[in-house]
Write a protein that binds this ligand. Sequence first.
Ligand code: SAM
Length: 285
Amino acid sequence: MTYSSATGTLFVVATPIGNLDDMVPRAIETLQSVNVIAAEDTRHSGRLLARFAIETPSLAYHDHSDDRRLEDLLGRLQTGENVALISDAGTPLVSDPGYRLVRAARERGFTVVPIPGPCALVAALSASGLASDRFSFEGFLPAKSGARRHALDALAREPRTLIFYEAPHRVLECLRDMQQVFGSQREAVLARELTKTFETIHSAPLAELTEFVAGDSNQQRGEIVLLVQGAPKNAGSELDSEAERIMGVLLEELPLKQAASLGAKLTGLKKNFLYQWALDKTQGH
Ligand code: SAM
């Protein structure tokens, strides 16, 4: 494929997420042939470039690089130079820098060409066994527990498969929060160190997956994608039998809102979740 025009082309190039043999030939050719490589971290990418004998000069680009760096790259495109954008691993712009540059390049009418390749969320989904016809990529959850719970609450009834990136030192607390919000029986998958020596893809209901990670500190290392089955149509099936019994008793005696509130205190589950569960139940869903 040739791209000839008076102005340059911006190539958005995916690179491996661990195993360097996943570098696709077209990515190598592109990085060898462009005038400059805009890299998230030039030192990090140096190893990849050396492995494939790519001698093209590189410069650092981050979405919070100052405007001069952005203008410098756009100026190069204007004068006919071809630019390749790469990140430390995987597909640029996917929880990685590049959005500002791609947006600005397209706004100014430059051709933007993707060179597709590895992406952790797609690799994880493809091997997870969870529904893949519809999914929602949520990127990284907030680091602080309160904000994380809030973000998870908003997803409690999302029917699509949920995909998250998570830092290893937070994976356990994140799984505990997920169990609280989504229920202990919702199926989830830990996809860790994909394409690398210690690749692990483990699926289990959230309660079991949390125990698995809690009981083996190795599972709290490396790079991690967490996937969670979407909410079933009938959210009621997510309550375990004890919580369902408690809610049944409360609903016989109390209005819905109070039952949900007291139920939350007794079961440790979220008030909103129980409220919605009770609503669905009373409406016969
Ligand atoms: N742009 C990358 C992509 O296309 O997947 C993602 C970059 S993001 C800064 C890094 C996160 O992606 C990691 O914290 C982890 O959640 C996930 N990730 C990257 N490589 C991975 C791997 N080999 N195995 C599992 N997760 C990975």
